[in-house]
Design a binder for this molecule. Structure first.
Ligand SMILES: Cc1cc2nc3c(=O)[nH]c(=O)nc-3n(C[C@H](O)[C@H](O)[C@H](O)COP(=O)(O)OP(=O)(O)OC[C@H]3O[C@@H](n4cnc5c(N)ncnc54)[C@H](O)[C@@H]3O)c2cc1C
Length: 342
């Protein structure tokens, strides 16, 4: 019996587990190590902050998913990897593996000693948001996550005074000029105070500070001795396999694919789910692995907090209620695949 251990119930592992349920692999014992029984789906998260979707609608039930995949769910937090002993080190003890896969996501980069809350881990952020009754908030980070969060927080609390800080000279630097202009206009019209070209190092005068800055990796990944990129993310090849340790795979935000410079976004974590499953199974069965090439261009659908969304694709952009309907349909369909199997 071989032991496959999946660390973190992120998007890629959720899809891989569903595939293991649909296509069981004999003589393999699967364990999922997850901090929580539910894992959030990033596409619906801003809409949940606005109050458009319930908690259940935007979370995947990992216990049911593990039952379907005949996997054991271990509620625990991984704190390290002992690669020589083939063990995942967890708060409650060690877990042995023959093959291990990491999909633990990332957290926003925060300067040492900075006050405030990160938008991730999402469970922590939502707990804070559900109790927050302040009058003003500073959002640090003017990328897609920060802008979408600002508009959706305002949708839930229209009286909230929001300041959005962006270190770069422009908001949404990864999108085309039309999309950037649209958001500049929407945010200004809605009275969100923009502080573009301004970095926040520690605290602001607001009642709370929310960090939605660049993704950072947990330090134990690098400390374990795995090959990592300059930011500490696991370096993987086109098979989603560690370039230094063939018994380790990684997907989603925690992985950086060699030769493919792609943003840390849920859309890539989702796309990697099936190739990850394929290659984990191939490795367990001693078969040839299949390369995966992430697409260069991808469609972003960004909600504006009023059941309207902006679509951004390469140099093109649209803003309309029908874009929201398409986004809603895609996101609900993604979640439905995990409900149908129960
Ligand atoms: C506000 C906001 C809005 C966003 N909106 C979008 C969007 O609309 N579209 C998009 O493409 N991307 C969006 N993103 C980015 C997106 O959230 C991430 O790229 C995506 O979640 C990455 O998926 P993942 O599978 O790598 O990990 P995650 O979805 O982060 O999942 C990681 C899982 O691992 C668990 N975990 C973490 N550490 C451990 C540990 N040590 N031990 C055990 N379990 C652990 C976590 O609890 C979690 O369940 C948004 C991000 C933010 C902050």
């Amino acid at each position: 019996m071989q032991k496959l251990v999946l660390v973190g119930g992120g998007h890629s592992h959720a899809i891989a587990l569903r595939q293991f349920g649909l296509h069981p692999v004999p003589d393999v014992e699967i364990t999922l190590i997850s901090e929580a029984e539910n894992t959030p789906y990033s596409g619906l998260l801003p809409g949940h902050v606005a109050g458009f979707y319930s908690y259940e609608e935007c979370h995947i039930d990992l216990r049911s998913l593990c039952e379907f995949a005949k996997a054991e769910l271990r509620i625990d937090r991984a704190i390290g990897l002992d690669l020589a002993r083939h063990q995942v080190l967890c708060e409650a003890g060690e877990v042995e593996f023959d093959l291990v896969s990491l999909d633990i996501g990332s957290t926003p980069m925060m300067p040492a000693g900075a006050a405030g809350i990160g938008a991730k881990p999402i469970a922590q952020f939502l707990k804070w948001w559900n109790q927050f009754d302040g009058k003003s908030v500073a959002i640090v980070g003017g990328g897609t996550g920060g802008v979408e969060l600002a508009l959706n927080m305002q949708a839930k609390m229209p009286e909230l005074k929001i300041h959005l800080f962006q270190r770069d000279r422009e908001l949404l630097p990864s999108h085309n000029p039309w999309v950037r202009q649209q958001f500049q206009k929407i945010l200004t019209q809605r009275g969100i105070q923009l502080h573009v070209g301004q970095a926040v190092e520690r605290a602001t005068d607001c009642d709370a500070t929310v960090w939605v800055t660049h993704a950072s990796a947990t330090p134990w990944v690098k400390q374990s001795g795995l090959a990592v990129d300059a930011q500490g993310f696991v370096l993987v090849n086109e098979f989603l396999q560690s370039v230094s340790h063939p018994e380790v795979f990684a997907a989603g935000d925690i992985a950086t694919m060699m030769h493919y410079d792609r943003p840390k976004a849920g859309v890539f974590a989702v796309r990697q789910g099936k190739p990850l499953f394929h290659n984990l199974r191939a490795k367990l069965e001693n078969r040839v692995l299949k390369p995966y090439r992430p697409q260069k261009r991808y469609l972003s659908l960004i909600g504006t907090g009023d059941k309207v969304a902006v679509a951004s694709y390469g140099g093109f952009g649209w803003r309309a209620p029908w874009v929201w309907w398409v986004k809603d349909f895609i996101d609900r369909s993604f979640m439905n695949q995990f409900k149908r199997m129960i």
